[in-house]
Each structure stands twice: as structure tokens, then as C-alpha cells.
Ligand binder design. Structure first.
Ligand SMILES: CC(=O)SCCNC(=O)CCNC(=O)[C@H](O)C(C)(C)COP(=O)(O)OP(=O)(O)OC[C@H]1O[C@@H](n2cnc3c(N)ncnc32)[C@H](O)[C@@H]1OP(=O)(O)O
Ligand SMILES: Nc1ncnc2c1ncn2[C@@H]1O[C@H](COP(=O)(O)OP(=O)(O)OP(=O)(O)O)[C@@H](O)[C@H]1O
Length: 786
């Protein structure tokens, strides 16, 4: 394996990395990899094998644990991709290879690789599709990039042919001086911290983070992977703790904060600050005499437990904007974020969150770190990985779509073939999806190109993608599969049938076929002009009449459209305005976003309607119980939005005595606390009516009457609908009546001047609801006190 030695020698000379692809039968490639590591003189202690079985005496990680390598530095990583090639794993492992090191990829013969069905392809075969329906576009594209890119050697080990030698013959590199330590006058942090910096960019980022010493300090550090941003944040945290401050560190995953703590600790040791680990089992907690550095997961950290002096949010792009905004309540805060990472969300961070920062009254210091730490700038392996995984995909630049309007765009189905033949279109469509969602990852690219159940629709303005939707076909499952699912077996994909079947105990929920809108996004320069709604309209038109063909990207006619998403009031209204109706709200919060998911359906066929109707009915029957317990802290505006988006309303089944009690409450004759259930029934009725124009009536013993809004009785105050309550009155119904918060907290949350005023406000709302919904007797009772 002389080639391996030559690649390594070149890599070392220019502090870059090289890729060695060994293609052929598994055993042969594994033997050759062992030879290659030996000939290239790569120490096994700094080599990691990522693969299903050991064949070389070095650290081995199963591919599912590859994320453990994030933030680490290895001289070589061998990725044995025979059993499965996972795009996420590829992205995670390439970045950890050090300058002067090799990334060794073991693969089947490259010409046959795209048509192989490996374990990852199996994972993309979402029922009712089988592995034979999964295509190999992602791998075909990957193979093309392997041949096309500099720094990538390809060897066919069966014929012992070097198909591409990967040598770039670089010009000799001038040695780069280490970063200068700023003058003492210019800095507040100790010299040791600046000495610990490995690049000028890192030193500048550290200097910017001195702003965290003062209340109001806000710093944003943006960098590509491996630029040393976590380390810069760690050095800053160490300096702050040494000066007696309490620093709270958060990151999407506990393990990811490791570099922050490692640098903080090294620094505290270097400046001889006695440092104690509070607890060996949770090493992410360091204490100095007066200061400390501690970790909390994002959804806890946003509550700013124990009032930290400063907060470091590492990998901020992987968190949703709503959560990030919460950190602006901290006295001082630094956000570090990857621009083109496997998180693939850096631009999203800039666009979505920087606007929010700009609106806040904080002065923000922004720093960008470009110099790579592990290897030289311009490293060809980084260039290759970025292209292969589309890590730098971005939406069209603003001027190209700024004039897009519903009348200037065309609706298009973007098949995988079309996207592959037009790299610009692929980059724009994927870039827009990445930008719109904080959790897009390289696996999604493969899903989009090869998943038989996934397809893309877009609005195109002048050749550029301005709105895009990713659709998943769900349901259409046979009886055995539905029974398995009902009994608790995991069925891939099929998110909506899965929730409706397993959590909501509907064994028939997987019969109908639906399209789930997995993601939808409109370019930020063209939002609020009706484009998102137009895209949904066109999808619906297609879904009501289309033909079925997985290979052409046609998803076919179906029974319903559906969506599951982290519920915010604005998004729920967007879906409700487009005719989607609530059937479920998850009882737990998403770990990363802190949001509850809402599930909304839009029935398109009779069968779809039957499905939606029964879930609407069940939702109305159970939502009261959920609101007093698991959803008791759900944002009242989300509660208002999801309730008003239910396609139906509850019937009021109150006894004459309950009506009398309600009617007495506005004037203090009846008390809320003596019969909260009667108040709940009334509040729920009002809030579910809030989105409709024709309320349903009372008198029926059934709790819910499903989606038909046929009124039977119940006068209304407006003549043609429900009483129009102000948002604050609705929030009061949610917080006090439905979520059962105590009077004092409701008074404070809704800014009432006193508990008395809050109680009086509830009395007023109750009176209005009795006017609208009460029996004649109840209204007469109300009048007795007036
Ligand atoms: C399954 C999922 O993907 S859910 C996640 C949806 N996607 C995102 O959140 C990505 C970022 N957001 C976007 O790309 C867009 O805001 C979309 C896709 C939600 C809406 O696209 P648009 O082209 O703006 O839609 P359209 O113009 O038809 O409707 C906008 C309406 O949605 C509402 N809306 C939706 N989201 C928001 C929001 N975050 N802030 C304010 N209003 C919003 C508004 O009421 C607006 O009404 P208006 O026209 O009266 O101003
Ligand atoms: N000042 C430093 N001292 C010692 N090691 C450092 C320093 N800065 C960076 N490193 C090392 O360089 C590598 C990359 O640094 P770090 O993890 O801070 O960068 P990052 O930009 O957050 O990278 P990633 O995106 O890979 O998480 C790590 O292995 C880290 O240990």
C-alpha cells in the first residue's frame, strides 16, 4: 500500500487530510485497510474504526455511536460502510480527522454500490414500501464526488487498480506564526487564556467573549466545524469562573459540551485556581472558590436555574429560535454555532435568530472563526465532504426571489432525477428546507433522494425555489401491519398512523392513505404573501386527483393531508387558515425545542373524513383531562390556537343547578371553586367555538358531537356565532379554568392588578358566556342580580 504512505506524507507536508477509498469485497478491503494504516505509519492508538466488526487493533465504534467522535481529533478514521452507508455518520467522522491524517472509506465495488440495498436503504423502506423501492441516488452522487474531488484516492482492491491517486502535489506551505497575545491593557481575561489559543481567530473570539464579564454582554460566534469555537467558549468560561462568576453552559447534547469543560478546566489549572469537580459522575460541573461552570440541558437551562451570571449556548443552531430567545433573559450570553455542520443549520441561525437579536435591546458582538484548527485552510477533504453532503446548501439569494408573488410562480414536483440533474435546484430546495428547520441533517438528503415514500413539491419563481414542501406518503397499511402497530411494534415512517394507532388506540387508523407535510418553508424574503398557502392548495389539488407512481415522484390521490409540528400560536394559525384541524396535542415536550407537537388533519375523501371525525370526537372528549394535568403548563396562546382549530365543539350538558351556580358567580353568589367542572365545560365550549362561525348547541348528553356543526340550541351573543372574547379573556379561561392554575399565579401571569380584579374578570367572562350559551333559566337567573 505505497499509495497510503504517499497520501499520508503529502497530508503531513501540507497539514491537510486525504481520503483513501478501498472498494471491493468486505474481507479484501478490510485486509487492505490494515496494510494501509501500517504502511502509512499511523498509530493505532489515534485511529478509530467505525464499523460493525473489529478487524484491526484500535478503538472501534459501532456506526450508531459515531456521534461520540464529535469534537474529538483522530489521526485516522476507518469507516467500514459495507453493511450500511449512513450520511450522518459520514458527516460526523470526516470532521474528526486531524491534519496529516487519513480518512479510509471501505465500500463495495463503486460501480455496483448505488444498486446495493444496504441496512440504511432498509431503513428508508417505509411500509408499505419494501427495500426494492428504495433508489440509490445518494450513493450514485457520492461515488461521482469521490472520483471528481481532489485529495480522494480510489482503489479497486479486487483488480488492485488505483483509479484515482488522490495526490494533489501541493506547493510548499509557509509556516504560519501562532496567534499573538493581546496587550495587557486591551484585555480583561488572564494572559494564560490567550496563550492557550491555537489560532488568531480563536484569540479574537476569546477577546469578544470578555463582554460576558458585564451584564448585557451578548456574543455570537459563528464558525465552520473544527474552528475551535467550543474551546474558545471553554476558555472564556474558565476565565469568568476564575473571577468568581457563575457560568451556565448548555448544548443540544450533554456530550457535546465536553470541549468547553476540558478547556475551562485546563485553564483553571494553568492559572493555579483550585478547581473541584462537584461530582465525578457529572464531570460537567467545575467549581472554583467563588465561581463555577456548570451544564444544564437546553430546556432546563432556559429557565436560568440559580440565576447564572453568564450563559454559554454551544451549538445554538441546533436549537429552535423560541428557545434561543429565552436565553436573552440571562445577564450575559454567548451563542456559538456551526455554519455548515452536520447540524446544517447555521444559515438558519443567522436568518431566524439574528433578526430576533437585532430587535432586542442588546448590543451584540459578532465574531466569525475561519481558520481551521485541526488542518490547514482549503483542505480538500473538507471541500469534498461539504459538497457530498450538501452541507453548504442554501436558498437562492434574496434578490432572486424578492419579487415572487403567487402570480409569478409555478408549482412543480421536483423528482429525485430532476434534482440530481440540476445541482442548483437541489441546493436551493435542500437549502431552504435546512434553513427552515433546525433539525435537518445529511440523512435527510438521502431520504429526499431515495426514500420511496418521500417527495418534494415547490413553487419556482424565475427558475428559483421560493417555497418548498417535503411530503411523506403514510398509511395504506395491511391488516397484519396495523395489528402489529396496535400491539406496540415499531413501524418505520408513518408518523401520523403510528400516533393515531398506538397512542390513540385506533387500529384502523393505518387503513387510509395520507400525505404528511414533513416540512414546509417559504424563502424569508417572500413570506406572508400567500405562497405557503398556495403551495398547500396546489398539493391538495394534486392529492385529490393525482395518479400513483413512486418512481416519478407522484404521490397519488389520498384520503387526507396531515401535519405534526412543534406547536406555536402562529404556526397553528397558519395550518388552521389552510383548513387543517387539530386532532391531537402531545402530552410531552420535545427535548430540544421544548414545544408540544400538534397533529392536524385535512380530510380529502369520505374515508379520510371518517378518520378525522372520530379523532376529533375523541380529542374533544379527552382534552379537558389533558389540560388540567399534562398540558397544564402549555402556553395559553397555543391552547387557544389548537382549540379554535378543532373541527367541532363540545356539547354543553349542564344540569339546571349547574347553570344556576354559573349564573350566580359573576355577582359572587356562586363560586368558581365550588364547581370547577361546570366552568370547564363552558370554557371549553367557548374556546372550541372560537374558530368557527356556527357554534354547536347544548342539551345533548354526549360530551362531543364530532365535527358537524349543526346547532341544536343555545343562544349566542353575536347572533351568528360565539361570543367574541378578547385574547386576555380567553387566556383567563385557559389558565384559571382549564389549566387550573391558582388565582395568585393567574393574576401575575395575566397582569391583573389584584386577585380580586382577576376574579371579577372571570365573573364578567362567565356572564358573557351565559348570555351566549345559557338556557333561558340561566339567563333569567343572571338578570336577577343585575
Ligand atoms: C411541518 C412543518 O414544517 S411546520 C414548520 C413550518 N415551517 C416553518 O416554520 C419554517 C419557517 N416559516 C416559513 O417558512 C413560513 O412562515 C411558512 C411556511 C410557515 C408560511 O409560509 P408563507 O409563504 O409565509 O405563508 P402564507 O403567506 O401563505 O401565510 C402566512 C400566514 O401564516 C402565519 N404565520 C405562520 N408562521 C408564522 C410566524 N412564524 N410568524 C408570523 N406569522 C406566521 C401568518 O398568520 C401569516 O398570515 P398573513 O398572511 O396574514 O401574514
Ligand atoms: N485552544 C485549544 N487548546 C487545545 N485544544 C484545542 C484548542 N482549540 C481547539 N482545540 C482542539 O481542536 C479540536 C476542535 O476544537 P473545538 O471542538 O473547540 O472546535 P469546534 O469548532 O467546536 O469544533 P466541532 O465543530 O468539531 O465541535 C478539538 O479536538 C479541541 O480539543
Amino acid at each position: 500500500m505505497e499509495l497510503a504512505a504517499a497520501l499520508r506524507a503529502e497530508a503531513r507536508d501540507c497539514n491537510e487530510r486525504r481520503v483513501l477509498v478501498l472498494a471491493g469485497e468486505p474481507e479484501t478491503t478490510r485486509d487492505r485497510a490494515v496494510d494501509a494504516l501500517a504502511t502509512a505509519d499511523i498509530p493505532l492508538e489515534s485511529t478509530t474504526l467505525v464499523g460493525p466488526e473489529p478487524f484491526v487493533n484500535c478503538e472501534r465504534l459501532d456506526p450508531v455511536h459515531a456521534s461520540e467522535l464529535l469534537g474529538q481529533t483522530r489521526t485516522a478514521v476507518v469507516y467500514d460502510a459495507h453493511e450500511s452507508l449512513r450520511p450522518n455518520v459520514l458527516g460526523q467522522v470526516v470532521g474528526t480527522v486531524d491534519g496529516g491524517g487519513l480518512f479510509v472509506l471501505l465500500a463495495p465495488p463503486l460501480s455496483a454500490w448505488p444498486s446495493r440495498r444496504d441496512d440504511f436503504a432498509e431503513a428508508l423502506a417505509v411500509p408499505p414500501f419494501g427495500p426494492e423501492d428504495v433508489t440509490g441516488h445518494f450513493r450514485a452522487r457520492l461515488v461521482e464526488t469521490l472520483y471528481a474531488h481532489r485529495g480522494v484516492a480510489v482503489v479497486d482492491v479486487e483488480s488492485d487498480t488505483v483509479e484515482s491517486d488522490g495526490l494533489t502535489d501541493p506547493a510548499p506551505r509557509l509556516s504560519v506564526p501562532g496567534p499573538a497575545v493581546p496587550d495587557r491593557d486591551d484585555r480583561a481575561f488572564p494572559t494564560e487564556a490567550y496563550r492557550a489559543c491555537l489560532t488568531g481567530d480563536q484569540s479574537e473570539a476569546l477577546a469578544a467573549m470578555e463582554a460576558l464579564s458585564e451584564p448585557g454582554g451578548t456574543v455570537v460566534v459563528e464558525a465552520d466545524r473544527g474552528r475551535g469555537k467550543s474551546s474558545a467558549a471553554g476558555l472564556a468560561a474558565g476565565c469568568l469562573a476564575a473571577s468568581g462568576r457563575d457560568v451556565l453552559v448548555t448544548a443540544p447534547q450533554y456530550g457535546r459540551a465536553g470541549e468547553v469543560f476540558a478547556r475551562a478546566r485546563e485553564l483553571l489549572n494553568a492559572i493555579e485556581e483550585p478547581v473541584a469537580l462537584d461530582d465525578e459522575t457529572t464531570p460537567h460541573r467545575l467549581s472554583t472558590d467563588e465561581g463555577r461552570v456548570r451544564y444544564a440541558p437546553p430546556t432546563d437551562a432556559v429557565e436560568l436555574p440559580d440565576d447564572p451570571d453568564a450563559v454559554v449556548v454551544d451549538e445554538a443552531a441546533a436549537l429552535p429560535v423560541r428557545l434561543l430567545s429565552g436565553f436573552l433573559d440571562a445577564p450575559a450570553v454567548a451563542f456559538t454555532t456551526t455554519i455548515h455542520g452536520y447540524e446544517g443549520a447555521g444559515r438558519g441561525f443567522s436568518v431566524r435568530f439574528k433578526d430576533r437579536l437585532a430587535e432586542s435591546d442588546r448590543t451584540v458582538r459578532e465574531v466569525r472563526m475561519d481558520e481551521p484548527i485541526r488542518y490547514a485552510a482549503g483542505d480538500p477533504v473538507e471541500v469534498w465532504a461539504t459538497r457530498a453532503l450538501l452541507l453548504d446548501a442554501r436558498p437562492p439569494v434574496e434578490p432572486l426571489v424578492a419579487n415572487a408573488r403567487p402570480e409569478t410562480v409555478s408549482y412543480e414536483s421536483l423528482s429525485a432525477e430532476r434534482l440530481l440533474s440540476d445541482e442548483h435546484l437541489l441546493r436551493e430546495a435542500f437549502g431552504l428546507l435546512v434553513l427552515a428547520h433546525y433539525q435537518t441533517e445529511p440523512d435527510d438528503l438521502a431520504r429526499l433522494l431515495d426514500g420511496p415514500n418521500v417527495s418534494v413539491r415547490a413553487l419556482v419563481h424565475d427558475g428559483h425555489v421560493v417555497s418548498v414542501a417535503l411530503l411523506a406518503r403514510e398509511g395504506g397499511l395491511d391488516a397484519d401491519r396495523r395489528a402489529d402497530m396496535y400491539e406496540g411494534a415499531r413501524v418505520r415512517g408513518n408518523m401520523l398512523p403510528d400516533v393515531l394507532t398506538t397512542q390513540l388506540r385506533d387500529e384502523a387508523a393505518g387503513i387510509e392513505t395520507g400525505w404528511r407535510v414533513m416540512r414546509i418553508a417559504t424563502h424569508h424574503a417572500a413570506r406572508g404573501r400567500g405562497l405557503g398557502s398556495l403551495l398547500l392548495d396546489r398539493i391538495e389539488a394534486e392529492a385529490t386527483g393525482g395518479s400513483v407512481s413512486a418512481s416519478t415522484g407522484e404521490t397519488g390521490a389520498c384520503d387526507y393531508l396531515g401535519v405534526g409540528f412543534g406547536a406555536t400560536p402562529e404556526l397553528v394559525s397558519f395550518w388552521a387558515d389552510n383548513g387543517y384541524r387539530t386532532v391531537h396535542v402531545s402530552t410531552t415536550r420535545n427535548d430540544r425545542s421544548g414545544e408540544h407537537s400538534a397533529i392536524m388533519l385535512r380530510a380529502l375523501s369520505e374515508a379520510g373524513e371518517a378518520l378525522q371525525d372520530r379523532h376529533t370526537k375523541w380529542f374533544l372528549e379527552r382534552v379537558r383531562g389533558m389540560l388540567t394535568d399534562p398540558l397544564a403548563d402549555l402556553d395559553p396562546d397555543v391552547v387557544r390556537a389548537v382549540l379554535s382549530a378543532v373541527d367541532g365543539s363540545t356539547r354543553l350538558d349542564l344540569s339546571a343547578w349547574e347553570w344556576r351556580l354559573l349564573a350566580g358567580s359573576p355577582h359572587g353568589a356562586g363560586l368558581f371553586d365550588t364547581a370547577p367542572d361546570a366552568f370547564r365545560a363552558l370554557a371549553l365550549r367557548a374556546l372550541t367555538d372560537a374558530g368557527s362561525s356556527t357554534p354547536t348547541g347544548g342539551g345533548d348528553p354526549a360530551m362531543a358531537d364530532g365535527p358537524t356543526r349543526t346547532d341544536t340550541d343555545g343562544p349566542t351573543s353575536t347572533g351568528d356565532g360565539e361570543p367574541a372574547l378578547e385574547p386576555r379573556a380567553e387566556r383567563l379561561l385557559v389558565r384559571k379554568v382549564l389549566q387550573a392554575h391558582d388565582w395568585d399565579s393567574v393574576t401575575a401571569q395575566l397582569d391583573f392588578v389584584s386577585r380580586r380584579e382577576c376574579m371579577r374578570a372571570l365573573g364578567d367572562v362567565t356572564a358573557r358566556l351565559i348570555e351566549a350559551y345559557g338556557t333561558d333559566e340561566a339567563r333569567a337567573e343572571l338578570e336577577r342580580f343585575e
